[in-house]
Design a protein around this ligand. Structure first.
Ligand SMILES: *Cc1c(COP(=O)(O)O)cnc(C)c1O
Length: 380
């Protein structure tokens, strides 16, 4: 079976993890945590970064930082990961789900505009598959309405829009190092703080509401409880693992983009014949090969395709179930239809994409995909 995903080990993870162990310091905010944060700040120019235990926790940290209160409205795409909504619901927000765009699963700018009310506190946008959403226009819209913009860049490490890395547009951005992402440490995340005035408080919230980080830097003589907080730190063992992966990031991204391009070239003719749709990369956007998806004409065709591929030992996967239509949120969302979110829920399917995927396997997947779509009955 060709799996959908397989983690890539650089070989250096164990070296740095041993070093962390030998140092005797393996709790959070240690040597490798700082080393990882320094790489992100230097390489991408992020003003301040904090390594966290997950992207979910980084989102929760962002919700705390912008003081979400009962009744605040937060706009986000329905076709997205559940953590994006939970982080704000935990603080009492009302989630206002927006539809995806017609050409890609990212949030539809035009729909966002219609959903802004005096109660809107923030827009949370994600970059699906590491492909930039309409981030500069969203930024303008957020600024004009004096609301926060948060980028869920969980899938978008080392992706760009224009000259700027994704994660540098909103007041905050979050990244994930879950094993399904381009680089990983099992579980881990990062909060990017682009408005420095939040930096100190972010550090305090991550450290259980105490000013321990200042104490460690010898800025104060004792530390105490100064704010609300939680424990959002990643262990330095995780950070050491991540450090090894970060050092090989360029290599990893290059390989993923190469696989992505091979798929695109091999399947382009199916899109030209309008048998499927392929990802659309906006002009000025550089993506990171996070995933490769195709959009089928119907749910029925997608199911048949997934079954067909499984028969030939290839694991493909559909993706999100729209959040607005979930068991938990359906009633709260009400009747407002989000047809594009539904379309991606029903028709999008992802192909295997991981560092060690071999060329003959990619070609096998392309050949099978062509065979399926050139023969399937498209009226069904
Ligand atoms: C993976 C992912 C997350 C969650 O990341 P964790 O590190 O597992 O918490 C959040 N949002 C999006 C868009 C993701 O793809």
């Amino acid at each position: 079976m060709i799996p959908f995903n397989k983690i890539h080990l650089t070989g250096e993870e164990i070296t740095y993890m041993s070093k962390a162990m030998q140092s005797g310091k393996i709790a959070g905010d240690g040597y490798y945590t700082k080393a990882c944060e320094a790489i992100f700040e230097k390489k991408y120019g992020f003003k301040k970064t904090l390594l966290t235990s997950s992207c979910t926790h980084a989102l929760e940290l962002a919700a705390l930082l912008i003081n979400i209160q009962n009744g605040d409205e937060v706009i986000m795409p329905s076709y997205s990961f559940v953590s994006m909504a939970n982080a704000f619901i935990l603080r009492g927000a009302k989630i206002v789900f927006a539809d995806s765009g017609p050409s890609d699963p990212n949030i539809d700018l035009k729909k966002v505009e219609e959903l802004i009310t005096p109660a809107t506190k923030a827009i949370v946008a994600m970059h699906y598959g590491g492909i930039s959403c309409n981030i500069t226009a969203l930024k303008k819209l957020a600024d004009k309405n004096k609301i926060y913009l948060i980028e869920d860049a969980a899938q978008a490490i080392d992706s760009f829009y224009g000259n700027l890395p994704l994660g540098s547009f909103g007041q905050f951005a979050t990244f994930s190092f879950h094993e399904t992402k381009n680089i990983t440490c099992g579980e881990g995340g990062l909060l990017v703080i682009n408005d420095k005035k939040f930096a100190k408080r972010a550090e305090i919230i991550r450290e259980k509401g105490t000013n321990r980080s200042s104490f460690i830097r010898n800025e104060i003589t004792k530390y105490s409880w100064v704010d609300v907080g939680s424990s959002f730190l990643a262990s330095d063992i995780s950070a050491a693992f991540l450090y090894a992966q970060l050092n090989k990031l360029n290599n990893i991204q290059q390989q993923r983009r190469k696989i992505w391009n091979r798929y695109y070239k091999g399947l382009e003719h199916l899109a030209e014949k309008k048998l499927i749709k392929l990802p659309v990369i906006p002009t000025n956007a550089v993506h990171n090969g996070h995933n490769f998806y195709i959009i089928c004409k119907s749910r029925k065709i997608r199911t048949a395709y997934i079954d067909f591929m499984r028969l030939y030992e290839v694991q493909t996967q559909f993706h999100y179930m729209s959040l607005h239509n979930s068991t938990f949120y359906k009633k709260k969302h009400g009747k407002r239809a989000l047809p594009m979110a539904k379309l991606y829920q029903n028709c999008l399917v992802r192909l295997p994409l991981f560092f060690d995927l071999e060329e003959n396997d990619i070609d096998k997947i392309i050949t099978l995909t062509c065979r399926f779509f050139l023969n399937v009955d498209h009226t069904s």
